[in-house]
Design a protein around this ligand. Structure first.
Ligand code: NDP
Length: 484
């Protein structure tokens, strides 16, 4: 349910720095065009693209020709975000777009390489473009926000020297996904699950974000980044917080984010010298042949990590997180494995464990929920079979396309709702969880990344890791059966 942005008295301008880039073309402008077609953009919204490429308004509109409906609102200025002189020109251009009278609201979107965030934010401060005396000013910063705790803190310091925290919207586009938001509705708008949502009834939780793609042309970037920075610090930990958080007192940004931060605080830190007991690094077999990758690279393209949330609700319940490139399926799913019945009345085969209920939450691609339970096989004498209750968005809401995450996030930023954006302390906590694991992986005593074949489910060591805990990775859509 995306509500219309309020019609402001005056002008609203979205300034996209990095407007000739991939994210703008593939995500931002299509999201804006879709919001426009649904009548959800502020009526007076103008879009100003800024990048160094030399183009005029018409040339820039031509690049975005597919989104002709928006074209009259799109403007372009070539400029370097690190140049104060160019930022002055952006200010002049904004003044000409905004005209006189009323309030002039601006949403600055940094769709730039992360190495430019710092100078972009400082430049906005020095050119006094952050001052909000004649309308609001907000800043959207793309991911990744920092490369470790130290750099994230430095970036937060720069951001806070220019903007108030309530003006800063740090993107994790996973939070804009419908199922991720529906997870909150599922947990807190239904009375039947919450009483079970704790250590008394849940055995463990698995969170998987698997990608089929390799690293493409991004070897230089990826080799410095690896899967822990690329996926764990942001998406996986965000999903974990939503599963594990206490009910906030209201569905509003501060209440929600306070509860998420409490979960991150409660996650037991893994000591670097102990990383081998809690995490498995992997690397797909042809990774070192990729261009831009060092032939001796030990960068993990896969990781499986066991985390514990040290609080009353989750004590003793492991959260297994895994993510990797070049895996068999592209999917994001959360599986809640409940405890087995304490005593089994019905006959089991010799090698069979007492079956447990599982709840699978599919975030993508086929968004929905599956709840598994045992049923009696008809006719057969007390034989059981696992059955599933299924809910899938595309079936339940057929004809209603699921909006792209960027639609939700752009609209929320325009509306000033920061619920689905990460706060400075949240980002820093998340880095403080993954930093020691990254450090541990680089120690000479740590396991080198285990190789895995492209199209597999990761290294066999990750399966053994689960086996030693007496568990197995569960398969999407057929929770309860071990991954092949
Ligand atoms: P690109 O490299 O495609 O685009 C970067 C943009 O920045 C270009 O428009 C470039 O244009 C501009 N630029 C570079 N230097 C300057 C400068 N000094 N001043 C002004 N503009 C400059 O990157 P992406 O669009 O892929 O990514 C942008 C951000 O979004 C990154 O932080 C990335 O991590 C994040 N992101 C991207 C996703 C994607 O799907 N692409 C997904 C999730 C996050 P020019 O050379 O003309 O100046």
């Amino acid at each position: 349910m995306i509500e219309a942005a309020p019609d402001s008295n005056g002008s609203t301008t979205l300034v996209i720095f990095g407007a000739s880039g991939d994210l703008t073309r593939r995500k931002l402008v299509p999201a804006l065009a879709s919001l426009h077609s649904k009548g959800r953009l502020p009526l007076d919204l103008q879009i100003l693209g800024v990048a160094r490429s030399d183009m005029d308004d018409e040339q820039f509109r031509a690049i975005l020709a597919e989104w002709a409906a928006l074209s009259s609102r799109i403007h372009y200025l070539h400029g370097d975000v690190t140049s104060l002189q160019d930022l002055e020109a952006v200010k002049d251009k904004l003044a000409s777009i905004e005209g006189n009278g009323g309030s002039h609201n601006r949403l600055y979107y940094l769709s730039l390489a992360p190495s430019l965030y710092r100078s972009a934010m400082s430049g906005l401060g020095e050119s006094r473009m952050s001052e909000d005396f004649d309308g609001w000013r907000r800043l959207v910063v793309e991911k990744p926000f920092g490369t470790d705790l130290t750099s994230a803190r430095e970036l937060n310091d720069v951001a806070h020297s220019v903007f108030r925290e309530d003006q800063v919207f740090r993107i994790d586009h996973y939070l804009g996904k419908e199922t991720v938001q529906n997870l909150l509705v599922f947990r807190f708008a239904n009375a039947i699950f919450e009483p079970l949502w704790n250590r008394n009834y849940i055995d463990h939780v698995q969170i998987t974000v698997s990608e089929t793609l390799k690293i493409d042309e991004r070897g230089d970037y990826y080799d410095q980044t690896g899967v822990l920075r690329d996926m764990f610090q942001n998406h996986l930990l965000q999903l974990l917080t939503l599963v594990a958080m206490e009910p906030p007192h209201a569905f509003e940004a501060e209440a929600l984010r306070n509860e998420k931060v409490k979960v991150l605080n409660a996650i037991r830190r893994i000591r670097p010298d102990d990383v081998g007991r809690h995490a498995i690094p992997g690397q797909y077999r042809t990774y070192r042949d990729e261009s831009g990758v060092s032939p001796e690279s030990d960068t993990a393209t896969y990781a499986a990590v066991r985390l514990h949330v040290d609080n009353w609700r989750w004590q003793g319940v492991p959260f297994y997180l895994r993510s990797g490139k070049a895996l068999r399926n592209k999917s994001t799913e959360i599986i809640i494995q409940f405890r087995s019945p304490p005593h089994m009345l019905f006959p089991l085969a010799d090698d069979e464990d007492i079956p447990a209920n599982t709840l699978a939450i599919f975030v993508q691609p086929d968004e929905g929920f599956h709840l598994e339970f045992q049923t009696k096989t008809p006719e057969a004498e007390l034989q059981m079979r696992t059955a599933e209750l299924e809910f899938h968005y595309h079936e339940a809401f057929s004809g209603q396309a699921i909006p792209d995450a960027y639609e939700r996030l752009l609209l929320d930023a325009l509306n000033g709702d920061a619920s689905l954006f990460t706060r400075s302390d949240e980002i820093e906590q998340a880095w403080s969880i993954v930093d020691p694991i990254i450090e541990g992986f680089s120690l000479p005593t740590a396991p080198r990344p285990y190789y895995y074949s492209e199209g597999s489910w990761g290294p066999v060591e990750a399966d053994r890791f689960m086996l030693t805990d007496g568990r197995a990775w569960l398969q999407a859509g057929r929770a309860g059966s071990a991954m092949p």
